[in-house]
Design a protein around this ligand. Sequence first.
Ligand code: HEM
Length: 154
Amino acid sequence: MDETGLTGKQKITLLSAWGLIKQDLDLHGRNIMLLIFREHPHFIPYFDFSADPNNTSLSENRALQAHSLNLIMALGALIEYGLKTPKMFECTLAKLVKNHKTRRVTSQDVKMFGEVILMYFAQVLGRQSASSLPTAFNRLIEQIAEAFEAAQFT
Ligand code: HEM
């Protein structure tokens, strides 16, 4: 284990799941955001949909699509680049924490997002998903949540 907090095996598990997800980032990103809003509707007001005011349906809203891409690409950056280069992991995480601090996002919120994302990955990858995915993904979410937690006291 290195500074990322993940073992070599956990990294391989995440990299291989990510390799499948990244083939259709736009679709998966949007599905994840919609699932988060369905499971936890109290998160909807955190987001600004005013960039696409004419679209009343969340699933068609381009502002939501833009947020979804931000979220999934940040996860991808942590997995694809961060896990290979711990300093990249640290820097990507630091930027993420900084940008969310003003929005009052807590480590508990991150864990809630993480649970939904994992549920989605398991659903969409089906048998292609390794049995080690839940542990590896939860470890990644823990690392993100810990960074958010630490920032609450700075
Ligand atoms: C899994 C962890 C998360 C990742 C990887 C992530 C990623 C991102 C990224 C990349 C952005 C856009 C740019 C930036 O500020 O860096 C963003 C914006 C945002 N995130 Fe997150 N996020 C996460 C968790 C959360 C949680 C738990 C919330 C709670 C509601 C949240 C709320 C927001 C909001 C409100 C914005 C701004 C959207 C706007 O402009 O209206 N994020 N997120």
